[in-house]
Design a binder for this molecule. Structure first.
Ligand SMILES: Nc1ncnc2c1ncn2[C@@H]1O[C@H](COP(=O)(O)OP(=O)(O)OP(=O)(O)O)[C@@H](O)[C@H]1O
Length: 715
């Protein structure tokens, strides 16, 4: 996926480099500001970058419009929306025309003392029609936008759901920060989120309509002022002072330069620490138990007195500093620029005292047109940068469909003969090394071993030695950086990923609980059997989860985190439950008077979550010998959160049920499991020792030492 063409923020920030950075001291803060803009900027897009981004995104915009027009009912709604927007952008010009007529009427009335009532009536009617039309258009817009944005959102959510669900781990990690991936999450958000596609349509329409409004008004203004002496000049001058994207105060310039601020004031640092201490709920217990309230308050008072009025956090200080910029030359120049039309006309009058260069009416008209823009210097750049952002997100949206997974799929089916799975799969590592993306050291280095079909292999090693990494490589969550992995004596990369993963059943250490019901949490281990309640229950029993699930409010249908919130407005006072669930006031939020009840959080223990994950694995592999498609079972620390009894039961069940399948356990507990193993791999970044328990004990090296230390006393 292409990076956004925003200037990279690379380069060193060395505040001690006095040639590049100016040091100023403000109160307790040391501020280092770049002297000139030769360092890369903080990524604020320049106008030219904005335009480049917009131009580059035009093909995606066209494609998006085509797609949107292809959505059922959207072509009609989108056309109606555009007609409404165009009309709404032109009405102010019509209104301006009539205002011009009225002001002329007033001026001539003042000179002639007579009023042309037809013009007055015309104006009143036109004004009424314009106002009514704007109201009507506003109403129509409010009828069109909700269904239109909803259809568009649904369309894109469906469209990117599958690619998102299919990304492998390395690809997902790279994309994770992209807003586009968030679209899927937005789809499940509680309230009112709109899609990026709709936002893009809205922001591009906004820009186009703003230009249309401005140009149509300018046209009318020019027509009205044409006959007046200096009228067009006044329009041009007024236009320029608001339109030119010149940055008079220099503030934005300063902001886009590299800067950093720090403080070394110990008292101030302590003050902030004490504030965090009393504000953080995690410290409350110790604060109360230690009776610390008084002493921390005294410390805070002392520190605060020492720091005095300088005790401002930097953003506060920065705001105060910006007031000083009001005296800058640029600021004064800009103020003068605002007066330019008046200055020019004063000179005109001085030169030709007998002429009136411009009428009062014209001045009022000009003010009417430009007043809405008087608060901004960046009239054109602000809506454009919003558009540019949306467009780049649209680009991501389409590029996400074309993003290739980093783990490349193979072409060969696996296994050739389904029956062979029952006798297990063999795995061989040949000089395998692996470095996680972005990591600077190897997680596994030059590892070589072979696990024969049907063998029980236990991988042992201390924390961080690379045990989980082995499992991740066997499942092709990642591919090795160097070396080869063979499955049944063939390169793992040749096999189709879907087949390979179907032939393995894996319990990862970082197991999670899905935001689904208990039944689905287990059933997803084997989607084909997910509707078979007996199988799900059997898997739960084998995984040791059946008992606690039965005790949950809705048994196997219980959601621990309800993914959909309930909404409510006024409820009778004292209501504590809604639809049978307690109202979770700690997660309560209110938007536009609609109360959103926080998701119900039923807490289960870490060990219970692990049992749930184990049940899911059983569902996949061990529910039935015949139905199981897995020829290899991989367990990463399956008993880490289990009590000793549960651990013992689990191992017994696993050993009995595995039949002839290959099984691989990773553990840092040197328990009785290792005694049953056909192969033990002692890992510490690489395979340090391999063999059976007896062989390794005889060897008397590190495995034997740790086993004697850790497991022997309990066996
Ligand atoms: N996603 C990752 N990105 C970068 N480094 C990682 C990642 N996962 C693991 N590592 C690092 O790789 C090394 C091996 O990790 P691994 O998880 O394989 O160890 P482990 O033996 O399973 O540890 P534990 O017993 O604690 O589970 C460690 O140094 C770890 O910090």
């Amino acid at each position: 996926m292409k990076e956004r063409p925003v200037k990279a923020r690379t380069g060193e920030f060395d505040h001690q480099d006095a040639r590049r950075f100016k040091h100023t001291r403000s109160g307790i803060w040391d501020l280092y500001e770049e002297r000139q803009s030769n360092l890369p900027r903080i990524p604020v897009s320049s106008i030219s970058e904005t335009y480049t981004l917009i131009i580059q995104s035009v093909p995606h915009l066209v494609r998006m419009l085509k797609d949107v027009l292809g959505i059922r009912r959207c072509s009609m709604l989108l056309s109606a929306y555009l007609v409404v927007e165009v009309l709404a952008s032109l009405i102010p010009a019509v209104s301006l025309w009539y205002s011009g007529q009225l002001l002329r009427l007033v001026e001539s009335a003042m000179e002639t003392r007579t009023v042309d009532t037809t013009v007055l009536v015309h104006f009143a009617v036109a004004h009424l029609i314009c106002t009514a039309a704007m109201r009507f258009l506003g109403y129509t817009r409010s009828c069109i936008i909700p269904p239109l944005s909803l259809y568009i959102k649904q369309f894109y959510n469906e469209r990117i759901f599958y690619p998102t669900a299919s990304f492998d781990v390395p690809t997902f990690r790279t994309l994770e920060s992209s807003r586009t991936l968030m679209e899927v999450r937005i789809a499940s958000s509680h309230y009112g989120a709109t899609s990026v596609a709709w936002q893009t349509i809205e922001s591009s329409t906004d820009v186009a309509m703003m230009l249309s409004r401005l140009l149509s008004q300018l046209l009318i203004l020019m027509t009205v002022m044409w006959e007046q002496q200096d009228g067009p000049l006044l329009v041009v001058l007024s236009f320029l002072q608001y339109i030119l994207p010149w940055d008079s105060t220099g503030l934005a310039m300063v902001r886009s330069l590299v800067w950093a601020a720090t403080t070394t004031n110990d008292d101030f640092i302590r003050m902030q620490g004490l504030i965090n201490l009393v504000a953080g709920s995690s410290h409350r217990q110790e604060l109360v138990a230690g009776n610390l309230g008084e002493s921390v308050s005294a410390q805070f008072r002392e520190a605060a007195q020492r720091v005095g009025h300088d005790a401002a956090v930097f953003p506060e200080l920065k705001r105060f500093r910006s007031f000083k910029d009001c005296l800058s030359i640029a600021f004064i120049l800009q103020e003068t620029m605002y007066m330019l039309p008046q200055i020019v006309f004063t000179f005109r009058v001085l030169k030709n005292p007998m002429t009136t260069p411009i009428s009062l009416a014209s001045l009022i008209l000009i003010k009417q047109v430009f007043q809405p823009f008087s608060n901004t210097n960046f009239l054109l750049s602000i809506p454009l940068s919003a558009l540019a952002n949306n467009l780049s997100e649209i680009r991501n949206l389409y590029e996400i469909e074309n993003t290739q997974n980093k783990v490349v799929d193979g072409t060969e089916p696996f296994p050739e003969n389904q029956q062979s799975l029952t006798s297990g799969i063999s795995v061989e590592f040949r000089n395998v090394s692996f470095q996680y993306p972005g990591a600077d050291r190897y997680a596994l280095r030059d590892a070589s071993f072979k696990i024969g079909a049907g063998q029980l292999c236990v991988v042992v090693g201390v924390n961080g030695s690379g045990k989980s990494t082995i499992l991740k490589l066997i499942s092709r969550t990642y591919d090795p950086t160097k070396g080869t992995i063979l499955i049944d004596d063939r390169d793992i990369k040749t096999f189709r990923l879907a087949d390979l993963r179907a032939a393995m059943s894996i319990l990862f250490q970082d197991y999670t609980q899905f935001p689904l019901s208990m039944r689905e949490n287990i059933g997803l281990g084997n989607p084909a059997l997910a509707h078979d309640d007996d199988k799900v229950r059997e898997a739960a029993r084998l995984g040791g989860a059946e008992d606690f699930i039965d005790e949950l409010p809705n048994g196997f249908d219980t959601y621990l985190d309800r993914p959909v919130c309930d909404y409510y407005g006024e409820l009778p006072e004292g209501t504590t439950t809604l639809f049978g669930y307690p109202i979770n006031s700690s997660h309560l939020s209110i938007i536009d008077d609609v109360h959103i009840s926080g998701s119900l959080n039923l807490q289960i223990s870490r060990g219970q979550v692990q049992r749930l994950a184990i049940s899911r694995t059983f569902m996949r592999s061990l529910v039935s010998e015949i139905e199981s498609s897995a020829g290899m079972l991989l367990f990463d620390e399956p008993s880490a959160s289990l009590d000793p009894l549960a651990e013992h039961d689990l191992f017994e069940r696993l050993r009995k049920l595995r039949g002839d399948k290959t099984m691989l356990f990773s553990t840092h507990r040197f328990g009785n499991l290792t005694q049953h193993a056909d192969l033990i791999l002692y890992i510490d970044e690489t395979v340090q020792e391999k063999g059976t328990h007896d062989e390794l004990m005889k060897k008397g090296a590190e495995y034997a030492r740790i086993w004697n230390l850790q497991a022997k006393p309990f066996i």
